[in-house]
Each structure stands twice: as C-alpha cells, then as structure tokens.
Design a protein around this ligand. Structure first.
Ligand code: WT7
Length: 593
C-alpha cells in the first residue's frame, strides 16, 4: 500500500455538512464542476455539449487522430483495432443511417449485443444524431428484454440474428413502436429486419453534429426496484463532464493509457466508464468479448499491457480463489491503477491484490442514478482498505436517519449510520425515470438524493458500506428486482405466490432464491422443480433466474398483503426477523419504489 499512502492528498475534503460550512463547500463544489466543464471542447460554432463530440470528434480532429481508441478482442483471440479517426467515421455512418431511416433526435435506439465494436459505433452514432441510446444486457431472457424495450419505447433495435430469433421475434407484435431491427454480422437478416452492414456500407462517412443542449437526454440505463417494473433512468449529455473528471481522479486515467473496464455495456459501468470516460480522456479501450476466465483475464492484462483496470469484486474474488501463484506467472508490470465497483470490496481483496498484481484495488461507489463515481478511495487520498473512500471533490454526501419527529435528518457523529444521500446538482445525476414520476420523487428528501444504501462514516470521513435499505438483490454486480422474478414465477400454472430474496454467497455476493406457494394439487418434486427453473431461465435469462426454488405453505405478509421479503430472508438465515428492517425506514421503503 506504499504507493497510495505516500501520495499527498491534493484534494482535501470538507469536514462536515454543518450549515456554517455550507457557503465554503458550495463555492468549492461549484469551482470543481466549473473546471470540469472547462475541460470539455464544446461543439464548434454552435456551442453545446454532445457526448460523441467529446469522445471521438474532438480527438479525430486533433493530433490524436491516428491513436488507438478501441481494441476489440473477440472470443477466438482475433483483434480488431479502431483509431479515433476510424471510430469517428464508422459512427458517422451510423448517424447517417439513422437520419436516412428517419430516426429523429430524442427517439430511442437500443442495442442488445455482447461486448462488440458494433455496440460502441451505434452508441456514438446515436449521440451524433441526438437520439437516445440504451444498451440491454444480452444475457437477459425474452421477458426482461421486452419489458425494457416497451418502457423505453424503442424505435430502433440493433442485435444479432440469433438473439432476434430466440428472444424478440415472437414478441415483435407487442412492440408496435419498434420500427427498425438492424441485424449485425453477415447472416441473412430474418423477416422484418435489415442488415446493419448493408446500411453502413451505403451510408456516408461524414456527419456534422447539430447543436446539442447539454441537458438533452442521451442515455437510458435500466435499474431494478423492489416493486413494479424496472426503472429507466434518464441521463443527459452533460453527464460526460462527470464521466471525464471522475475517471481522471478516481481511476487515475490519463491520455494514452491502455484501459480495461470489464463491465458489460448492458450495465451503467460499461457505458459510463467502459466507453465514455476513457474516450473523453483520449485513452485506449480494451474490449474483451470473451466471458470471465481467470487465465484469459491475466493474459489480457499482460498481453495488452493494461495500465488502468476497472473491475468488480466478484471477479477479484474468483481470481483469489485460483491462488496467487497463477498471478505470479504473468508480467503485470504495466498495471498502474486498479479500481472496483458494484459491491463491497472486502479488505482481504485489497491486500491480496497488492500481493498478486503489485497494486492495491481502489473501491469506488456509485449507482445507475448517480451516473458517475461519487465516493471512492480516489487518487491522492490515503486508502482505507474495506472502506468505499470519501466523496469526490464536487460531491456532497451525508447520512440520514429518521428524526424523532419522523422526517429524515442528517447525522454528523463519527461512526453514525444512516442512509447514504447526495446533494443534488452534479452533472451526471439522473434526470428522471421514464414515465415514473412518483418513483423518481420518492428518491429525494428536499435537495438530497437518497441512495437506498446504508452506510457508516468513520472519524476521518471515510464511508463504509453496510447494506441496502430495500430488498433489491445484488448478484455478481447486477441489481435484480425481486418483483420481476416473482411475476415470472407466478406466470407458471403451478405457482400461486412467490417471494424472491438474495442469499449471501462468498463469490457473487448474493444469489437469487425463490420461495413459492403452489396451487392446490401441485407438489414441488424434482420434476416440477426442474420445470420451474427451466421456466424462469427461459423467460428471464440465466443472469436473473433463481438459483434455488423452495416450496412453502405460506409467505410472511404485511396486513396489506405485501410479501415481507426481509422476514423471509431473515427466517432462512436464522436471523432475528426485525434485524434488517429496523435499521432505517424512509421513503425508499415505501410501496412506490
Ligand atoms: C448499487 C448500485 C454503479 C456501478 C454499478 C452498479 C451497490 C455499488 C458499491 C461499493 C458496496 C456497492 C450499492 C448501490 N454498490 N458500488 N463500492 N460497495 N456496494 O450500479 O446497478 O445501479 O447498483 O450497487 O448497493 O446502491 P447499480
């Protein structure tokens, strides 16, 4: 940990949120973001901010033109490289083809693809056309895909012939707004779809971005709540301000760095820090199509000479499981900075990483809604292993508890616990949930955004993760809404009721477990168990489907009939039933979430 402790703190943090300090911190906050805005290029002549301009156009028109922007490794080890100029031209073609199809600014373009360059080209081209981009996790089953395409009102979908035929085609009539499906690769496009390659070949590779207001919506990221449908969080072009500046500080990312973010673009990290931040900073992205494999990952780190690596605690735990000897077989000297996100990073992983990679791992905390890193063991801050770190300069955090009169109040004392909240106003803050105003407003207490996470702040101002205040499940870094899983199980003819909870797991954090009450005449023998598992996997996809299903005679419910998942979970784990739910209740515990 020498590396970290020796660096001086260049960005001292304000000590508290007391009102007599507020003027000072507000000025400071404003100054931090003013500087971050200044670092952007801005659209020529017309002004305004467009993510595609800040990430590719500005570099393609500068000395960085021929620098590597993106290196894609396919499953078979084949490499495809894109310079900034090539990425610019390819995305110009995509923007032109959208124009040609009559796709207007503000309309939604979705991708259901793996970690492939077409997805990046589509995202950039989409922003150039001022349309709104959304990538969905390709391992989702037909249900989660349809729900999200519906909520997001997708007009265009870019996907593979296989995914289309397996998961979308049969539901196409339920998606009347989906006018164009563009099929990647050389497969003959199935009926009702178009070939992306043909359209790209026919499109012009010059494009001028129209004036773009920084507050225009650029992105949708779906996230899961306790109840109801998934939430489509909206983000503006302005978010690039935060992506760029937070990556500099919390990931130590610099121009020319070889950078690998292992998150899938189907999740917010894979877009904010897998695509936008590194290009905005003029770095070179490594995009690996392959799935997690310990040896392969070490090889990528070594062979590509990765300087900055942003990954997930789950992956680190899997690497730890294989032992430090495996790491010693590789030359990882190019690695300069490692960070992780998505789940608690335990102290042992930080210590192990230093021994295995020669570098500690820096924990970072944020959410789909925050759009960018908010709290981190950032560059220059003395690292406290096991903690999430401190709020980044420009970010004000606080812990809220229920006061004696009911309302939420910030707690100041060292080691106090509460719900983690952030003062509204940072550039990458979400602008709403699609068609869900009530759920959006339930996230705020005055001008504080309530995260739904419980945390503790120590005497030096470092934040420590405690858990979630709601029932959302976190498995392998992905948020899973129990409601979505319960609905799917209840669609099976044998299931009367279902309650879905997360069970602790040493590697993936939590696994999804379902408890079902069966309809009269059914018994959960191994045949029905297999059938229910297959049903869940078919509709939800393997990433969301439960790992285990058990039958119960009844499920614990509130008087209004809501399943008490925390009680279910506590019973299962032999915990006191009140244990988890009494820590804090607040707006996020309400039905609207
Ligand atoms: C939830 C947000 C934004 C990154 C990808 C996930 C959990 C995130 C940490 C961390 C402990 C963490 C929280 C948060 N989480 N980072 N460093 N330590 N927990 O985005 O899917 O919106 O999930 O992930 O519970 O609320 P997301």
């Amino acid at each position: 940990m020498k590396h970290d402790t020796e660096i001086r703190d260049e960005h001292p943090q304000p000590q508290s949120l007391l009102s007599d300090h507020q003027d000072v911190s507000e000025n400071r906050v404003t100054k931090v973001w003013e500087d971050a805005w200044q670092a952007l290029d801005g659209l020529p002549d017309t002004g305004g901010v467009n993510i595609a301009h800040e990430t590719v156009v500005r570099h393609a028109q500068s000395g960085r033109r021929n620098q590597l922007a993106l290196r894609c490794l396919d499953r078979n080890g084949h490499i495809e490289d894109f310079s900034y100029a090539r990425l610019d031209q390819r995305s110009n073609r995509f923007a032109n083809l959208l124009c040609h199809l009559g796709v207007a600014p503000g309309e939604r373009v979705f991708c259901v693809l793996g970690r492939v360059p077409d997805l990046f080209v589509a995202a950039l081209g989409c922003w150039k056309n001022r349309s709104v981009f959304c990538a969905l996790f390709a391992a989702f089953g037909p249900e989660p895909l349809r729900t999200r395409l519906e909520i997001g009102q997708a007009r265009v979908l870019v996907t593979t012939a296989q995914i289309y035929q397996r998961k979308i085609a049969s539901q196409r009539d339920q998606l009347p707004g989906l006018d164009f499906v563009l099929i990647t690769g050389d497969d003959t496009p199935p009926e009702g779809t178009l070939s992306l390659n043909t359209l790209m070949d026919d499109a012009n590779d010059c494009f001028t971005i129209e004036p773009t207001d920084a507050q225009e919506i650029a992105l949708i990221h779906f996230t899961s709540g306790t109840t109801g449908r998934p939430k489509g969080a909206l983000h503006a072009h302005a978010a690039v301000v935060a992506h760029r500046s937070t990556a500099q500080l919390a990931l130590d990312l610099q121009p020319g760095d070889v950078y690998w973010c292992t998150a899938d673009p189907g999740w917010v990290t894979g877009i904010s820090y897998g695509l936008i931040a590194p290009l905005a900073l003029g770095a070179c992205i490594i995009l690996d199509e392959g799935d997690f494999d310990v040896q392969r990952w070490y090889r990528v780190l070594q062979d590509q000479g990765v300087n900055v690596w942003y990954t997930a605690p789950t992956a680190l735990r899997m690497m730890m499981k294989y032992g430090i000897e495996v790491a010693r077989g590789y030359d990882l000297t190019a690695l300069r900075f490692i960070a992780s996100v998505g789940e608690p990073l335990h102290k042992e992983a930080v210590v192990w990483s230093e021994a295995a990679f020669g570098r500690v791992v820096h924990d970072t905390w944020w959410q789909t809604e925050t759009g960018a890193i908010m709290i981190a063991n950032y560059r220059g801050l003395k690292l406290r292993p096991g903690s999430m770190g401190q709020p980044l300069p420009g970010i004000e955090a606080a812990l809220f508890q229920l006061g004696p009169e009911g309302g939420l109040q910030p707690v100041q004392a060292a080691n106090a616990r509460g719900q983690l909240a952030l003062r509204s106003g940072w550039p990458s803050q979400f602008r709403g949930y699609i068609n869900e105003d009530a759920r959006y407003h339930a996230c705020f207490a005055g001008d504080w955004y309530l995260s739904g996470d419980l945390a503790r702040r120590d005497d030096a101002g470092y934040y420590w993760f405690i858990g979630r205040a709601d029932d959302v499940i976190k498995s392998a870094g992905h948020l899973i809404g129990p409601f979505e899983v319960e609905q799917t199980l209840m669609a099976h003819p044998a299931v009367l009721e279902a309650g879905v909870v997360g069970m602790p797991d040493p590697i993936v954090g939590e696994t999804v477990k379902a408890f079902v009450v069966l309809k009269p005449g059914f018994m959960l023998d191994s045949t029905l168990n297999r059938e229910l598992m297959a049903h869940a996997r078919k509709h939800l996809g393997p990433a969301v489907a439960p790992r285990a299903i058990e039958a119960r005679d009844d499920l614990p419910k509130t008087r209004s009939g809501k399943i008490m998942r925390r009680v279910l979970r506590a019973r299962e784990l032999g915990l006191p039933e009140g244990d988890v739910s009494t820590i804090l209740s607040g707006p996020l515990d309400s039905d609207s979430n």
